[in-house]
Design a protein around this ligand. Structure first.
Ligand code: MN
Length: 726
């Protein structure tokens, strides 16, 4: 059993100003109160509250929390009273112990209504003082550590409850260490065979790869040291439960998991984080789509870090997390880290932490009204694995299956909302419509009356309701879109042929085309199932297509460059003036954007038609367009139609400048301030004095991009800034 002086020593290690007298009084009071009581293990009962307090000293918590932990079972299990504790330890500690006592009483019941009430009380108690949660979680952790002593039935119930409620709640509060241990212990108790299997595999893998891991660690550390960055580099391995959960979720075998190993780089300053990313991406190729900047956009549980994946030494995919020491503390201990002692002074437990704010807001919305059973059903929050709970801006709760997107949310609100959705704000920020929703998200759907849902949404939506509605709406819409595209192509073909076109003329030719209406003909042309030349021939049977006519209209080389130089409104050769409206990446036409093209709204754009595939959009400056100079029939006149539908577009920017400490951080934060995302950073050239970087950004439009370029140019250490167009 931990001795009295040991408890005091533990606290004094991080808090020289600890109230020794208070800690000593609590130790003696609880020891006397529990007396000869024993635990299932046969140990004296008092060992339990002491171990709970010890867990909390690892999180460096304040005296009141430690004392409350020592006393947490006294009111319920001994002759102690709230009044007595108030008198001896003061009302602050009295209130904490009282909150824990209420929770403990509720632990003992198992009927559904009572469980629900328990859960509600837990949330309300936490909302009053989040330290109640910290003690409660430490209490649960110690009970889980000693769970093998209790009988199997009770063991399974407690382990399941830990997995359903306490571990996710710890995660939601950003307490990753607590969450991992709770999950692993629950996993071990609920499914011992699977736990043993996964743990053995992980250990084998670690042994087999220890040299490689050591080599990568050393190489990374050396590289950073050479660049003058003070960093701790450590290999890390996924936890057994999270490996298992991923295998279950994705129905894959252990061998198929690729991200079991990773490395963590902990540095002193925020700007070092960005510098590390730059160095790493310069040395090893990055895996596209894996760069995530949680520093400029922290997770809701306050987690901050930069994540990236590179193809490292030995062609191994290496996951990296880069963060500062402060971020590291918060990543491990979450809300408890806000109560850390700094220079021996205890700051008040931060109520500004966004995890805490989230909790408070959710409880405020849900606390009043419903019966306890309903409350449980509706408020399983993050705590239940299969659902997410989100809110409309007016506070209406929408429950959705896990993995649901804003599209599902929109259809859950109303079919008409889903059908007219064009964008979304999640917690006040613009987000992609494909982003999976998280618990507690406030979701505001941006609508446009003319919008119809793209067919591709059907495979993105998770709920049956959304899928059925999308299928219905998009069947008609898709046909209309192809018909619209077909009309463009047919108009162009008639113009090239020098023949007049009209719907009335086409109507007379329908029998020759074996179609029953004009829409069908135009849609078939739009899909590439019918050739525009055949339509011309059907309407004007005397027409003979001359292949050379098309080549004869080939634009002068450099023709579009002249247009651009003259600042003229661009028109493709033979343009009819019927420019096809383009609504962006999630628009409703069979449209794609040229890879590396980098067209953003505001750019002058050209469409190139590929039969059967639709239209590819290029910015007019794109050199790739020269490849289509001799195929004027494939050029389509297109224009942007982005009104009321904000969306992010990829754009590349090259920045060259002086290589000095902090410059990369300054550039990255300037870009972040404009509301753009950084998808990737790469170093083109680097010398001790100079470096050239390529940023892959996501911007709203040309104005946004131009603003970023001019602001970057204004930075003193920047020499040259240019947009890159493929
Ligand atoms: Mn306890």
């Amino acid at each position: 059993m931990m001795r009295q002086y040991e408890l005091v020593d533990r606290v004094r290690k991080y808090n020289p100003n600890a109230n020794e007298d208070l800690l000593n009084r609590a130790y003696v009071y609880a020891m006397r109160a529990h007396g000869a009581q024993t635990r299932a293990s046969g140990d004296p009962y008092f060992t339990h509250p002491l171990e709970v307090a010890a867990i909390l000293t690892e999180m460096k918590l304040d005296d009141a929390t430690i004392v409350a932990a020592v006393l947490h079972d006294t009111i319920e299990d001994t002759a102690a009273t709230r009044a007595e504790i108030d008198e001896i330890f003061g009302p602050e500690i009295g209130a904490l112990v009282d909150g824990l006592t209420k929770l403990k009483r509720l632990d003992l019941v198992s009927k559904k209504a009572e469980q629900a009430e328990n859960f509600r009380k837990l949330l309300l108690a936490i909302a009053e003082d989040v330290r109640v949660l910290l003690v409660k979680l430490a209490d649960r952790l110690h009970n889980m550590r000693t769970l093998h002593f209790v009988n199997p039935d009770k063991r399974a119930r407690i382990a399941q409850e830990t997995l359903d409620i306490y571990a996710p709640l710890a995660g939601r509060m950003g307490m990753q260490l607590m969450r991992d241990e709770l999950e692993n212990l629950a996993f071990k108790n609920l499914n011992p065979e699977a736990f043993a299997l996964v743990s053995t595999r992980l250990a084998d893998l670690r042994n087999d790869n220890s040299e490689l891991i050591g080599a990568i660690e050393a190489e990374l550390a050396e590289e950073l040291r050479k660049r003058g960055i003070n960093a701790e580099v450590r290999g890390r391995q996924k936890q057994p439960y999270s490996v298992w959960a991923k295998m279950e979720r994705k129905s894959v075998a252990f061998e198929q998991l690729s991200d079991i190993f990773g490395f963590r780089v902990v540095v002193d300053r925020v700007e070092d984080c960005y510098a590390v990313i730059g160095i790493v991406h310069t040395k090893w190729p990055s895996v596209p789509g894996r760069f995530k900047d949680y520093i400029s956009t922290p997770k809701q549980n306050d987690y901050r870090s930069i994540h990236t994946t590179v193809v490292g030494p030995g062609r191994q995919r290496v996951e990296l997390q880069v963060r500062t020491h402060d971020m590291h503390d918060i990543a491990r201990n979450g809300i408890a880290a806000h109560a850390l002692y700094k220079d021996g002074v205890a700051p008040a437990l931060s109520q500004e932490s966004s995890a805490y704010q989230w909790l408070k807001r959710t409880i405020d919305m849900l606390a009043d009204g419903d019966s306890p059973e309903e409350f449980l059903e509706h408020t399983r929050l993050e705590l239940f694995h299969d659902q997410v709970f989100c809110f409309t801006p007016k506070g209406r709760l929408i429950a959705l299956p896990r993995g649901a997107t804003p599209i599902d949310f929109a259809y859950a609100v109303h079919t008409s909302v889903g059908n007219s959705a064009v964008g979304v704000k999640i917690n006040g920020r613009l987000a992609p419509l494909l982003a999976p929703l998280a618990n507690g998200d406030e979701v505001e759907i941006i609508r446009a009356e003319t919008q119809t849902p793209p067919a591709a949404w059907e495979s993105i939506a998770v709920t049956g309701k959304a899928r059925a509605a999308i299928r219905r709406a998009s069947r008609e819409a898709v046909r209309a879109q192809y018909a619209g595209l077909g009309r463009q192509i047919v108009l162009r073909a008639f113009e090239r042929a020098g023949k007049p076109f009209g719907d009335d003329k086409l109507k007379l030719a329908l029998p020759r085309l074996a179609r029953s209406n004009i829409e069908d003909v135009l849609a078939a042309v739009g899909r590439g199932e019918m050739f525009s030349g055949d339509v011309v021939k059907a309407v004007h049977p005397d027409f003979k297509e001359e292949r050379k006519t098309a080549a004869g209209r080939r634009p002068d080389p450099g023709w579009f460059k002249m247009q651009k130089a003259a600042g003229m409104q661009f028109k493709a050769p033979g343009s009819t003036g019927h420019a096809l409206p383009i609504r962006g990446l999630r628009g409703d036409l069979p449209v794609s954007f040229a890879p590396d093209g980098g067209a953003v709204p505001g750019d002058r754009i050209v469409g190139i038609l590929t039969p059967g595939e639709g239209v590819t959009i290029y910015p007019i400056q794109a050199s790739a367009l020269e490849g289509f100079d001799d195929q004027p029939e494939r050029w389509l006149d297109v224009r942007w139609d982005m009104e009321g539908a904000p969306e992010l577009f990829p754009a590349k920017v090259v920045v060259a400048g002086i290589n000095e400490p902090g410059s990369l951080g300054a550039i990255a934060s300037l870009i972040g301030e404009t509301g753009a995302n950084i998808d990737d950073v790469q170093f083109n050239k680097i010398s001790p004095d100079f470096r050239e970087m390529i940023f892959e950004l996501q911007v709203f439009d040309l104005k946004h991009l131009t603003d970023i370029l001019s602001r970057l140019r204004a930075l003193p250490m920047v020499h040259r800034v240019e947009r890159v167009i493929g």
